[in-house]
Design a protein around this ligand. Sequence first.
Ligand code: ATP
Length: 356
Amino acid sequence: MIGIRVENLLKKFGTTVALDSVNLSIQAGELFFLLGPSGCGKTTLLRLLAGFYTPDEGAVFFGKDNVSKIPPYKRNTGMVFQSYALWPHMTVYQNVAFGLEQKKISRNEIKERVEAALASVQMEPYAQRKPNQLSGGQQQRVALARALVVRPQCLLLDEPLSNLDAKLRNEMRSEIRRICKEFELTTIYVTHDQEEALSIADRIAVFSKGVVEQVGTPLQIYKRPKNRFVANFIGETNFIPGKVLRVGAGEGFVETEIGNFRGALVNATHPPQVDDSVWLCIRPESLKLETTPCSENCIAGEIGNATYFGEVAHYEFEKQGVRLKISELNPCHLGQTNRKGLFASAMPEDVVILKK
Ligand code: ATP
């Protein structure tokens, strides 16, 4: 197992800055996600780690070794691509064996290692099939086995599940976590799918325009976004503009046009101060609907549009022209008679105060 570190990484393509002074430290054995919208630099970073690109500035370290100038075939990384990139004319066995044959390993050892890799992804019975005789999920398992069979120092996954349907994606993501942990692999996983990242990551780096906006566990990223970009990119959020009245130990009191709120100050280098303009960020599921007023963070209003999804309903809750999104599990405010004279409230720890 090795840790991976990138220091002040800069990569340009012509005038496009794909990565701008990126610093990251990934622990040995960690399942680490690079998450962000299209074009933010995720794949560029993965390719720099694999050695397909060299940095314009900065360095990549595998353990203590600076590998920035080491070619891909000497880095011993296992890579899985979005398109699987299996050889169509080879059997599953031959696809997985290919990387080992290039290394002039004995036939017996190749057989042993290919069978073990296929067993680890539960694909032993399919060894003699060609890729076009497999489902998308099975092809993805073969691509994983091919990456694992070379006993890589780290595993690099580039949107590995984006060609699968929703049900298979769910199944395969738990499978990927199981395999990474079983093989004790340091794994870097690129995706723009926040659910994939939140559900299996140890930690996530959220990128925007070549810059790391925040690094943290799924819980930290979701519950304590450090800025509006992260709060907006991960999940749904209500943003309410306001002004800070008071600050205390880790919390602040904010005045807004729909009332005063107590909320959490995110642990930032420059936390909001009194009189600062801020955003209150409240997740739709953090707002609870009641028929009686609550003691704090309480908004009187009524439900406008409602959309029913079975286990959950999404409401537009209105007060003085301000609309907030609320989601309610096991919905009970869908009828016309129980939509008015309501109160929505959020616990102070679910209200995040961010500097504008
Ligand atoms: P996606 O989720 O769409 O794959 P991404 O976050 O992986 O996006 P990158 O592929 O890393 O983004 O691209 C980052 C930026 O660098 C983009 O603006 C892209 O157009 C540009 N870029 C990437 N590769 C090249 C290249 N080979 N030549 C020129 N520009 C490139």
